[in-house]
Design a protein around this ligand. Sequence first.
Ligand code: SIN
Length: 315
Amino acid sequence: MASATPEANSTASPETIEVKPLTIHIGAEIDGADLTQPLPEQTLREIRDAFLQWKVVFFKGQDLDHEQHVDFARQLGEPTIGHAVFGHIDGYPEIYSIAKHRWDARYKPAPKLIKPWTGWHADITAAINPPAVSILRGVEIPPYGGDTFWTNLAVAYDGLSETLRGFVDGLRGLHVFEPPKEIETTEEYEEQREVRRMASEHPIVRVHPETGERVLYISPSYLRSIVGLAPRESEQLLELLWEHAIRPEYTLRYKWEPGDLAMWDNRAVIHCAPRDIFEVEADRQLYRITLIGDVPVGVDGKPSTSIEGDPIAAI
Ligand code: SIN
């Protein structure tokens, strides 16, 4: 098994970019690449290496427009539809709008704090082939607040006791596209969801297809239960794993500035969008592109299975 410690995975030092780690376990800033231009092969390779090592990388002050965002994404992989259920912005099928008030049309007002892990997710893990990479671009950013969080699920896996690792290695989980049961949805949401129902069974421990790391594949927004456990056993074990996975030492909190771009590995992290922005007037607008992913594979070599819905397609 490959180690989840970033230093242990590092390859030769990059020559065309500078990689500045932001924490011990997750996140690095990349300097020296102008994302408005097509990038040389070597730079793309070095960006890919840093991305695999640090799980989420940030490019500051890029100020890309929609066209440049798509062009950059296409150098790294094949984009999917902006969002498999909620669609895309006009004229750009690859781009999903992360607007401050996008949830108003979907959810009725809910209690403020539900669970500590509420809102943490990897993108669309209800699909049989969840997006591998997300590329998020900040355009309108509040002067303070509105930070995004990520956590490294390979390090979180390594942080479990050997005995528990051995147990979870053999488990599988049911991921469904539906809101948490505490939240009431709008009719509009139900109509959109009805045309794109999705559920899949994924391994609880996924082997990363590029690094070989074992990763706790436990996206709280979609993972509903552990297959083969009694409901109470499943609930307690999932809560233990989620609580563990978002320990501060595995996480990064990023303060955005307009023009920043974040790129993360949905196969190895979960992230959490901010909620504090709803307490202030300031607007917040970001745009996201996701790149096609493969079907996860467990420690036993067994791939995920689809329960409902089509695979996400490249466009
Ligand atoms: C997302 O979930 O992709 C958006 C994250 C954010 O709004 O910071």
